[in-house]
Design a binder for this molecule. Structure first.
Ligand code: CAO
Length: 415
């Protein structure tokens, strides 16, 4: 079986998280991803949050699998010539430097197109065109400016960022889709094009339902929010704690052991269709005949009381017992799984979603593998490259340089 993106060559000028997430996905699907790094320095994340001295950090290794690393400084004379040749030989170029950095290297889009009209040039920036287009942006800035933080958190608390990297990895995912779409388009048009993703836009896209709610507010209170009917709505979509946000009420309830285990909780959704089964299980068969409880409308003003009753039952069961009891009854439910539990989960190991990888300097470590499964196109996880590990190979085989030319380029500090 061949890999889906075999034959696609990617000039990877990405660093930190958003760009590398994108090119790692493409590498998993079989693209030849050539990561260009500054000679002697490399992607800054190689040295960030290090757990083992002088060894590439997990931050770096977990975002740069299946890639090759070439060191190259396109700001030198020789480096520019090598870089131009790489642009000629690649199908896609991806970068997420601060605005203007690639232009300052001497390679604006017009020049890239001139060198290779089939090139797809993909960028992540913090913001799209507008007042903030020149800003540098990291994950939490994107979460705050994209609508996530203002809609996340305790009902009466301050805005909150989430652990999921929706600004970085989320935008990397968007960019990957833009790239394969442009590759598909190139099949017919024969031409490359620019693909741009702003982190603010990516986060807002993931917060789509909250912009929906902003408009719903004009037509009366949103009944699924915990502010209804006893609290207050302001002018903007409020934070809703752990309310499910959809049409079905949901909440996080304590499970057996919660006093000492910070993750002994489960999310329970009181979907109308499954309510009779839920009520019976928690010992509230009486609710089924009681007009105060037996319709979603009657329950709505006292959702908190309903979950208090659910919790009285869940506190007597472990989160897995809650899952195993309610799931067969069609009650939507999920245990709160810790990272430790996810790392140890056998089913995730079997599907390749959690993978153990061997690294020559750090030894074995766990990573998240490709979460997108294709039935006929396998995707294996291979360790990240050491800094410049493939410089000679790439200069020889892709750029077409002789050993003497490679030695001279090294001498000049171009690679
Ligand atoms: N050889 C020589 N120089 C190189 C090089 C190479 N191979 N690769 C990069 N550089 C240079 C660039 O040319 C640039 O120099 P100039 O500023 O002089 O033009 C510099 O290194 C990189 O600059 P940067 O401003 O991108 O890096 P930073 O660490 O200061 O900022 C970040 C990081 C992420 C805030 C910024 O890159 C950014 O806003 N990127 C876009 C948004 C983004 O992707 N954010 C998510 C990051 S993941 O959390």
């Amino acid at each position: 079986m061949s890999k889906a993106l075999e034959g696609v060559r990617i000039l990877d000028m990405t660093h930190v998280q958003s760009g590398p997430t994108c090119t790692q996905l493409l590498a998993w699907f079989g693209a030849d991803v050539i990561k260009v790094e500054r000679p002697g320095v490399g992607d800054a994340t190689r040295g960030q949050l290090r757990d083992i001295p002088d060894v590439d950090s997990l931050y770096f290794t977990m975002l740069n699998h299946n890639k090759r690393s070439v060191t190259l400084n396109p700001k030198t004379e020789k480096g520019k010539a090598i870089f131009a040749k790489l642009i000629e030989e690649c199908d896609v170029m991806v970068e997420n430097f601060a605005p203007g950095a690639i232009d300052r290297m001497g390679f604006p889009w017009e020049k890239i197109q001139e060198i290779n009209p089939r090139m797809i040039y993909a960028s992540v920036k913090g913001f799209g065109p507008g007042p903030y287009e020149d800003c540098k942006v990291y994950e939490n800035v994107a979460q705050c400016t994209g609508g996530s933080a203002s809609t996340t958190g305790e009902i009466d608390g301050f805005p909150m960022v989430t652990g999921a990297q929706i600004g970085d990895s989320g935008t990397g995912l968007h960019l990957a889709l833009g790239i394969v779409t442009a590759l598909y388009h190139r099949e017919q048009s024969g031409k490359g094009q620019r693909v741009s993703c702003a982190m603010q836009d990516g986060v807002l896209n993931l917060c789509r339902v909250k912009l929906r709610d902003q408009q719903r507010m004009a037509h009366g209170p949103m009944k699924e929010y915990p502010q209804y009917p006893n609290g207050k709505f302001g002018e903007a979509v409020p934070r809703a704690g752990n309310a499910s946000g959809g049409g079905q009420p949901g909440w996080i309830v304590k499970c057996k052991g919660w006093e000492t285990d910070p993750d002994a909780y489960a999310y329970v959704i009181a979907q109308a269709a499954a309510f009779p089964a839920l009520a019976k299980t928690i010992g509230h068969e009486d609710w089924l005949e009681d007009p105060e409880w037996n319709t979603p409308e009657a329950r709505l003003p006292k959702i908190d009381k309903m979950f208090d009753e659910v919790e009285k039952w869940t506190k007597t069961k472990t989160k897995f017992e809650v899952m195993n009891t309610l799931n067969p009854l069609n009650v939507p439910v999920g245990p709160i799984l810790s990272m430790k539990e996810l790392a140890e989960e056998p089913a995730l190991r079997e599907t390749g979603t959690v993978v153990e990888v061997d690294h020559p300097e750090r030894g074995k470590y766990l990573t998240v593998g490709n979460p997108i499964k294709l039935s006929d196109s396998p995707s294996d996880v291979e360790r990240s490259p050491l800094l410049g590990e493939h410089t000679d190979d790439i200069l020889r085989d892709v750029v077409g340089m002789s050993d003497a030319e490679i030695a001279a380029a090294k001498e000049e500090g171009a690679v």
